[in-house]
Write a protein that binds this ligand. Structure first.
Ligand code: UDX
Ligand code: UDX
Ligand code: ADP
Length: 485
């Protein structure tokens, strides 16, 4: 008979810990869930009406549970002390210096949180690694816990990777494809896994709660993200062939996706993938492979990230070529700055890379995004440590909070994020879409639009008068030269 969990503590109130534990609280009214974080501003925001992250549906979940069985606090020790199950959901950024810099995960936050658990706990705990971590991190956590705990206290370590995607976090959590729980193959390990499985069984069908060994669970998370990113790099590599041959990447994706062995999802060509996970997890996998003396395996996965960088550069080159080989002093408007729609998150957003490239070409950049804060954009574009950078940055970059004003007088508009509000409005009464005729009238001619997300229809845009250049489709120049029209 395994232990019934009644109190959960989550260390780390971020994009993963916050929504995950909010849904756990929603679906398990008998469990008290406390989310703790060392960042008081973040906790204050979680306790306020404007939550620290934008995620559709999250507000309603938090509103229903907060103060009932969901609490946010900066008192990490109290959270640890009271809980029988602790999620460790802290940040694991890529190391920027030292051994493995640029590849390996910085596990400093995981280690600090684990040490805290060991020092504070006065009773047995189940400790769950929720952050995406390199394979065998659970082992390190176990050693830290056992070496630093009070005598007689027993810890069980579980790996329970989270598969939610930003922008759809709440629906992903409500109806997950699977819940993965990794444990040691010992009676204590299996019993701890059963305790955590019960928590998820509050709303997830039992046959979708999968238990396996710890290392498989840790590696599965890295593998799933690596394969998803690989699909995007594959389709983006094909998009380059499409642009050069006259094939259309949407048609190619559709045709491939109909093969049930391939499937239709995650085949949308784009200016490149972003987000906090894909690049980081692949680089983790590359580092792991190299550490295991498997250089061919490392090279295989590394190419997925390298091609993603190439895709962004390719898009920039297309912009430069179309704009008569110079961007100096031209107004280029970026529509969207988040790494994908329905999130305010900009981590590894392709728009950041693109804006930096455009800056180097001496363009004047105007940026509009419905969710990303102005401060965040300044932070993303400034180079840390360069003193006068922010001054020159502000001379070259304008942030605008109206999408139409942002496009006024522009030489080119570049769609970087697939926000619904950038799609062509269905009819003049449709206020959720974009009135592209209005945009056209106020732009410099020829009016260029570069669609990095394949959300705009070539024919309708050309009817208005635009020259639309989309990823994965030959541009007008190509079509004209081949006499295809
Ligand atoms: C393939 C395509 O499947 C088919 O659509 C196309 O028309 C022709 O090429 P085929 O080569 O006959 O068909 O067999 P397939 O079942 O695809 O297997 C190809 C190779 O991949 C085999 O050696 C198979 O053993 C191997 N394979 C397949 C794996 O190693 N792992 C798998 O999961 C699937
Ligand atoms: C991802 C995984 O999907 C999720 O399971 C994991 O838990 C965390 O990492 P996330 O990064 O939030 O989630 O978003 P995702 O929807 O996967 O998109 C990642 C990037 O790929 C975005 O920049 C998106 O625009 C891009 N993308 C996605 C494409 O370019 N084409 C696609 O077809 C899908
Ligand atoms: P993720 O996307 O993985 O959720 P975030 O960066 O959004 O990552 O969130 C991680 C959170 O963990 C941050 O709010 C950070 O303040 C918090 N954190 C990091 N280390 C600790 C720690 N030792 N104790 C408590 N909270 C921590």
């Amino acid at each position: 008979p395994h232990r019934k969990v009644t109190k959960i503590c989550c260390i780390g109130a971020g994009y993963v810990g916050g929504p995950t534990c909010a849904v756990i609280a929603l679906k398990n009214t008998h469990i008290i869930v406390t989310i703790v974080d060392v960042n008081p501003t973040r906790i204050a925001a979680w306790n306020s009406d404007s939550l620290p992250i934008y995620e559709p549906g999250l507000d309603a979940v938090v509103k229903e549970c907060r103060g009932r069985n969901l609490f946010f606090s900066t008192d990490v020790d109290k959270g640890i002390l009271e809980a029988d199950l602790i999620f460790v959901s802290v940040n694991t950024p890529t190391k920027t210096q030292g051994v493995g810099a640029g590849y390996a995960a910085d596990l400093g936050y995981v280690e600090a949180a684990t040490r805290r658990v060991a020092e504070v706990a006065t009773g047995d705990k189940i400790v769950v690694e929720k952050s995406t971590v390199p394979c065998r991190t659970a082992q390190s956590m176990r050693v830290i816990l056992e070496a630093n705990s009070r005598p007689g206290i027993h810890f069980d370590i579980l790996s329970n990777p989270e598969f939610l995607a930003e922008g759809t976090a709440i629906s992903d959590l409500m109806c997950p494809d699977r819940v993965l729980i990794g444990s040691l193959d010992t009676p204590a390990g299996r019993s701890a896994a059963a305790s955590l499985a019960d928590v998820y069984a509050g709303w997830v069908p039992r046959n979708q709660i999968i238990t396996m060994n710890l290392w498989s669970s840790e590696l599965s998370k890295l593998a799933a993200n690596a394969m998803l990113a690989q699909r995007i790099s594959s389709i983006n590599a094909l998009s380059a062939i499409c642009e050069a041959t006259g094939a259309d990447i949407d048609e190619v994706s559709y045709a491939c996706g109909l093969d049930s062995r391939i499937g239709p999802k995650f085949l949308k060509a784009s200016v490149g993938f972003g987000g906090s996970c894909f690049q980081k997890d692949i680089l983790n996998l590359v580092y792991l492979s190299e550490s295991l003396h498997l250089p061919e395996v490392a090279a295989y996965w590394k190419q997925v990230v390298e091609f993603n960088e190439h895709q962004k550069k390719r898009f920039l080159h297309r912009i430069i070529t179309c704009l008569f080989n110079t961007l100096t002093a031209k107004k280029i408007t970026l529509l969207g700055f988040a790494f994908k729609a329905d999130t305010g998150d900009t981590r590894e957003s392709p728009a950041i890379t693109l804006a930096k490239y455009l800056r180097a070409e001496r363009a004047h950049i105007t940026i509009y995004d419905p969710q990303v804060t102005e401060d965040q954009i300044w932070l993303d574009l400034s180079e840390p440590g360069v003193v006068d950078d922010i001054e020159s940055l502000k001379k070259q970059v304008t942030i605008c909070n109206n999408k139409y004003e942002a496009c006024e007088g522009a030489d080119a508009v570049v769609v970087c994020t697939e926000w619904k509000e950038f799609k062509m409005q269905k009819d003049p009464a449709d206020t959720r879409g974009m009135d592209w005729t209005r945009v056209y009238e106020k732009m410099k001619k020829p009016a260029f639009v570069f669609d990095g997300r394949l959300i705009l229809d070539v024919h309708r845009m050309e009817e208005i008068g635009f020259q639309l250049e989309s990823i994965g489709r030959p541009g007008k120049g190509f079509r004209r030269s081949k006499d295809w029209e």
